[in-house]
Design a protein around this ligand. Structure first.
Ligand code: MG
Length: 162
């Protein structure tokens, strides 16, 4: 039996922060504002995984009021999410779409897939990362920030009869 989950996140551009998406540092004149590293792609993915497992949401598990998560590396939060899911589910496949007018993300997609696959212990073939612009529309199109959506598919592990 499989279960799917859906996730969304967005962060605003600010000056003076590093841009990190899908666990990869990307050279750009701005970064994203947030309590952690503000990696919108991984935050959307974490919520998709938690949704598929019905384990709550990122704001409950890793609250931005908690000083432990200040500046947190979201790859660590992703790996921690995978550990919470592991007792009951196998991660079959994940698919992330990043919505960014700038910068161009094409050259970084495969590195993001590798980072995500490593954090989740999932083969890179089962990790999809896509990127697109918003055709100049809305907050993404106006270059105010970056959004991301994600889908995760989990398979329920069989429980051994006792
Ligand atoms: Mg976030």
């Amino acid at each position: 039996m499989t279960q799917t989950g859906w996730g969304y996140d967005s962060h605003r551009f600010v000056k003076g922060r590093k841009l990190v998406l899908g666990g990869v540092g990307i050279p750009f004149k701005m970064g994203l504002k947030g309590h952690s590293d503000a990696d919108a792609a991984l935050h959307a993915l974490i919520d998709a995984l938690l949704g598929a497992a019905a384990l709550g949401d990122i704001g409950t598990l890793f609250p931005d009021s908690d000083p432990r998560f200040k500046g947190a590396d979201s790859l660590r939060l992703l790996a921690d999410t995978a550990r919470r899911i592991a007792p009951r589910f196998r991660i079959v496949h994940v698919d992330v779409t990043v919505l960014a007018e700038v910068p161009k993300l094409g050259p970084y997609k495969n590195r993001m897939r590798a980072k995500i696959g490593h954090a989740l212990n999932v083969p890179i073939e089962n990790v999809s990362v896509k990127a697109k612009t918003n055709e100049g529309m809305g907050f993404v199109g106006k270059k105010e920030g970056i959004a991301a959506v994600a889908v995760a598919t989990l398979e329920k592990k069989l429980r051994r009869a006792r």
